[in-house]
Design a protein around this ligand. Structure first.
Ligand code: GDD
Ligand code: MN
Length: 358
């Protein structure tokens, strides 16, 4: 097998037959022919798997289906699962809704066959490419600005990449270190490119309208993308720090508001601390450790560990500050600051190694 064509699908029943037809027709134009398979990695809740099986039965090339009951990692997870199951090392990833024209496959293959690159990227923003299939002006703006921000955040790795968020590319899977990847959602190529240096070529393409059905992109995906981008660039610890910082501000604000309302200071401090601990837990579940949750213990156990740790930490820190002030010659403010910084690192380690341990 020379080429595995990986198609992630989520409820694309009306597009499958047309996709297979156009991919087959495109492959027929490759000089000398090409030994290829189509591998659907499907997370659908509709009839897509049945349609794929029916189409596979009379397709002129092998059409395989992996149906996942649990959509681990969403689109990105599906692509990685495709790499693992592919018959060929050359893996082409293409959307199932025909926004990526299969007629460009021969050009991607031709470029890849030179053998001097690890990945050929089909780009909407390289000379000759277009993005007219982006449904509306808002999406065009979001796509262009997030592409610009992303490229600025990875100036070296993405220097030659005009479209790091495309979902249409041909890659030698041996150049992908799967163990390093934490795929979530839509930006699998970016994740691959950001992790290690790759030899890259680009080919332009026209991002077309959807053949049928609706896009699965959403504000939720967008938010997800932003946090993952930050984590990818600056590491989990910085996201954790941002959330911790927000928590500290909220903590002070709650104490202030409650004491203004006449609540006793001690009670206000306790309420503020507990609210912040719970709030931080929810935020870190959602944004920092979201890629580790699936393999960790259940949510209530995670919460119990996190909650216990944070309370214990708060309780232990106060006497430590007192001891530091009475034995060393430092002020309470300095002692508090030192213990807070130390507590941050210990808290991060505890959450990475214990709360979210696989
Ligand atoms: N297996 C699986 N699991 N497939 C999924 C999932 C999922 O959770 N979510 C989406 N897909 C499939 C869709 O069925 C489709 O074949 C492809 O992934 C792209 O999804 P769309 O819903 O069509 O997304 P889009 O057109 O908005 O996004 C495309 O363009 C973006 C750039 O603007 C994709 O190519 C993205 O990768 C790309 O970043
Ligand atoms: Mn699409």
């Amino acid at each position: 097998m020379q080429l595995s064509i990986i198609v992630p699908t989520y409820n694309e029943a009306p597009n499958v037959a047309e996709l297979v037809r156009r991919v087959t027709a495109a492959l027929d134009t490759v000089p000398g022919g090409i030994d290829a398979e189509i591998l659907f990695v499907d997370d659908s809740t509709d009839a897509t798997p049945e349609v794929i099986r029916a189409v596979a039965a009379d397709a002129p090339l092998p059409v395989r289906l992996i149906h996942r009951d649990k959509a681990v990692g969403g689109l990105g997870g599906a692509v990685l699962e495709g790499f693992a199951a592919a018959a060929a090392d050359a893996c082409l990833v293409i959307d199932g809704d025909l926004q990526h024209p299969p007629e460009r496959i021969p050009e991607l293959w031709r470029r890849f066959s030179h053998g001097d690159v690890d990945v050929v990227i089909a780009s909407r923003y390289a000379g000759g490419g277009t993005a007219h299939g982006l449904a509306d002006r808002t999406r065009v703006m979001v796509s262009k600005s997030s592409t610009a921000v992303t490229r600025a955040m990875f100036p070296i790795r993405l220097r030659e990449v005009t479209d790091p968020m495309t979902g249409f590319f041909l890659i030698d899977r041996r150049s992908v270190d799967q163990a390093l990847l934490r795929p979530r959602g839509f930006k699998i190529l970016l994740e691959i490119l950001a992790r290690r240096p790759m030899r890259i070529a680009e080919v332009p393409f026209d991002f077309a309208d959807r053949h049928a059905g609706d896009s699965k992109a959403s504000v939720r995906q967008g938010l997800h993308f932003l946090t993952q981008l930050t984590a990818l660039r600056f590491g989990k610890m910085s996201l954790f720090a941002v959330i911790g910082g927000l928590g500290a501000v909220a903590n002070v604000a709650i104490v202030w508001a409650l004491t203004q309302l006449g609540v006793d200071y001690i009670l206000a401090a306790i309420v503020a601390a507990e609210v912040t601990i719970v709030g931080n837990f929810l935020l870190q579940e959602r944004f920092v450790f979201d890629d580790m949750r699936d393999n960790a213990s259940g949510v209530w156990l995670r919460f119990a560990k996190s909650f216990t740790f944070n309370n214990a930490e708060a309780l232990v820190r106060i006497p430590i500050v007192a001891v530091m002030v009475s034995t060393g010659h430092i002020s309470a403010v300095v002692a508090t600051a030192i213990t807070l910084v130390l507590a941050f690192f210990v808290r991060f380690l505890f959450h990475s190694l214990v709360v979210y341990a696989p």
